[in-house]
Design a binder for this molecule. Structure first.
Ligand code: GAL
Length: 683
């Protein structure tokens, strides 16, 4: 085992495979930043190297790592169905329709974190399986002698509920098809391990400020005029809006794609120019499967896989040629012409979809990768290809993607899904935060008006605030019922709901500087901007299974409600004092409380002695935006917040750095702004 950076060790076993996340990575380990992580708490791993057992069998490589009975386990990428994997099995396989809790998802990652003070990343694109203390070895129970103890568990739920093991167990990792493997071990608390993994992955992204504003995907049947009309309408009705996303209809053929404008958009360039002038950033939907009529089809043919998907080529993004052909086309045709980002759809495999919308695991690719490896790699490779087009242009993007995986924290992409369970979407915010992923719990159609508000409340406190109206021609606040929306019939109280939605979207806009500053900490320290409670309070056993409350930025605890919750829910407040953000109540922590929230309210709690810079909401970000900031104070002790600024949109910060403006309050003192700001004016 070799220490490759502070608190990170690499273990090489026999001959690792050629195609792995690390062997193919483009990002660099953020070595300097890793040096700075405070090592006081955990300096070493909780086990010796000799306790890690590696074996080669006919199946592939098996790894065993000791596991204590009280350990709790997190990570494994985006997980929509559960949060804590102690005593569970995870199967790392990209799958767009996971129906049960196997570990499969849009973005599974072969990385886990243990509350025992370490994390493990298995450098593989194989469908690895992790048994997290699910099994004990023969003989472990041989000392048990109790008899005549009546059986008490008469329901399936009691019989199969999660029980902590009493006997010694192990983590077993099964990597089929591999002859050797590399493992990376990270030391530290849950948060430090996540930080180390993110910095190992290259550090977090800094999105453009506009990317943190409000996103809206327009109706799939929209024509050029419809998009322009909707854009005007948002401005007229003073609905904050930064990004407009155009759905498949912009391609002259989609599913598979041509990457050329269709006849519905005869003057596409004029439309882009006028949207840009009106302060919108335009995002285009696509998938990676290349239709025969696409202009670069012939060029790409030799650099694509053995099977078609949706009648199109599957580019082999592990080859330099395919990457260049695809990336250059995007740069010259779109990025140079004012397109700000893309939505990379359907790069996630499905085992259930009844058509040829994916390739088999047996597929061969010219690079030498097989279908199994490609399924787990393609989300990341595709992101890199598109990100490259923006990098060459010197601008930042924030884009969407439906599949991701290992070492993703430095990719400017946010995950989304077609699945639509609100509770699972909230859980996704929490679970994705362990593995360098960002998740958007987008709003689409809603059961009723309350559902709409509840979903928007979650969305505005997530990494990407997106309304995906691809199935409805009018905004959901005018009509939540799809059929009526298609017929332009408004809801009776549409004015009221427009007002409520506008207020929530404005609330998001007022948090932009606060959230942007959290992203700077993501890039520099690897701290996820939105994250699970267990990262902040790892020793509080109560938080170890909480998957419906989370931290938004440095000091705010978000507790969203869903339609099923009604107008109240239970909230857990960890140690310390907690202030209501909207009210005046102060609670003593380490307690569960019952909180009520009307349909237009979301409970937020602020840590004692926090300063929250809140901006006067703007309708959208421009090159000149100067935020008018009010600093909200909580508690009366010493407090500090660093607000960051730069040009908010180019890659210049990589040379010049980002400027920190220190907001400080001495105990019982007044708030002082200790640095001069250009993009902020303090009220
Ligand atoms: C789905 C995607 C939706 C929407 C739709 C358009 O695959 O998840 O958000 O873009 O395609 O056809």
């Amino acid at each position: 085992m070799k220490e490759i950076a502070k608190g990170i060790w690499k273990l090489t076993y026999q001959t690792p495979e050629k195609f792995t996340p690390c062997s193919m990575r483009k990002s660099k380990i953020a070595v300097e930043e890793l040096e700075k992580i405070d090592l006081e708490v955990c300096q070493k791993l909780p086990f010796e190297e000799k306790e890690i057992i590696l074996k080669t069998t006919k199946r592939g490589v098996t790894v065993s790592i000791p596991m204590q009975t009280e350990e709790d386990i997190y990570g494994f990428g985006l997980q929509l169905k559960s949060i804590n994997y102690a005593g569970r099995k995870r199967h790392i396989k990209v799958n767009s329709d996971p129906t049960v809790d196997t570990g499969e998802s849009h973005a599974p990652v072969p990385f886990y974190i243990s509350t025992a003070g370490y994390g493990v990343f298995v450098d593989t694109y194989r469908y690895a399986t992790f048994y997290m203390g699910t099994n004990s070895k023969k003989g472990a129970s041989s000392s048990k002698k109790e008899v005549n103890q009546p059986h008490k568990e008469f329901s399936e739920s009691a019989l199969y509920s999660l029980k902590r093991a009493k006997e010694q167990r192990t983590v077993i990792i099964d990597i089929q098809g591999a002859e050797g493997v590399e493992l990376y071990f990270f030391a530290g608390t849950v948060k430090q391990v996540v930080q180390r993994y993110n910095l190992f992955s290259g550090g977090g992204i800094i999105p453009p400020m506009w990317g943190l504003g409000i996103w809206y995907r327009v109706y799939g049947g929209s024509k050029e005029e419809d998009v322009k009309k909707l854009a005007e309408q948002f401005r007229e009705e003073q609905i904050p809006m930064d990004v407009l996303g155009i759905e498949p209809g912009w391609h002259s053929h989609s599913y598979s794609c041509t990457y050329e404008w269709s006849s519905l958009f005869p003057n596409a360039q004029d439309m882009i120019d006028s949207l840009n002038q009106n302060g919108y950033h335009v995002n285009l939907w696509e998938h990676m499967f290349v239709y025969p009529a696409a202009p670069f089809y012939q060029k790409l043919k030799d650099y694509s896989g053995e099977y078609e998907v949706w009648n199109g080529l599957v580019p082999d993004f592990a080859t330099k040629e395919a990457r260049e052909i695809f990336s250059d086309w995007h740069r010259v045709q779109f990025v140079e012409k004012g397109i700000a980002g893309f939505k990379l759809d359907e790069c996630d495999n499905s085992d259930f979809n009844p058509s040829n919308w994916s390739f088999p695991d047996t597929a061969e690719f010219p690079s030498g990768m097989d279908g199994e490896q490609m399924h787990n790699a393609v989300g990341i490779l595709y992101q890199e290809v598109i990100a490259e087009a923006f990098e060459k242009q010197g601008i930042r993007t924030l884009s969407q993607v439906r599949s991701s995986g290992a070492l993703a924290s430095s990719q400017p992409f946010v995950l989304y899904s077609d699945l639509y369970n609100h509770k699972e979407f909230i859980r996704g915010i929490v679970t994705s935060s362990f593995s360098g992923l960002l998740w958007s719990p987008e709003v689409r159609d809603c059961v009723n008006e309350t559902d709409l508000l509840r979903r928007i409340e979650t969305v505005i406190f997530s990494p990407l605030a997106l309304l995906n109206a691809w199935r409805i021609p009018n905004p959901p606040w005018k009509q939540v019922d799809i059929n009526k929306n298609l017929e332009n019939i408004w809801m009776e109280k549409q004015e009221y709901y427009t007002k409520q939605c506008r207020k929530l979207l404005e609330l998001r806009m007022s948090f932009l500087p606060y959230l942007y500053s959290a992203f700077i900490e993501y890039q520099r320290k690897g701290i996820p901007p939105v994250r699970a409670m267990v990262m902040e309070y790892p020793d509080d056993l109560e938080v170890r299974t909480i998957d419906d409350q989370y931290f938004f930025g440095k000091d705010i605890l978000v507790c969203p409600l869903t339609l099923e919750d009604g107008m109240s829910r239970k909230v857990y407040l960890p140690e310390g004092k907690w202030h209501e953000f909207f009210g005046t109540a102060v609670y003593e922590g380490k307690a569960w409380i019952e909180v009520s929230a009307k349909e237009e309210e979301i409970p937020l709690f602020v840590r004692e002695n926090a300063l929250i810079p809140l901006a006067k909401p703007v309708l959208h970000i421009t090159k000149e935006t100067v935020f008018e900031i009010t600093v909200l104070q909580f508690g009366s002790g010493e407090a500090e917040f660093i607000l960051y600024e730069d040009d908010f949109e180019t890659l210049e910060y990589k040379q010049t750095g980002v400027k920190g403006i220190r907001i400080y309050r001495k105990e019982n003192g007044v708030v002082e702004i200790l640095d001069k700001a250009e993009r902020y004016r303090f009220l």
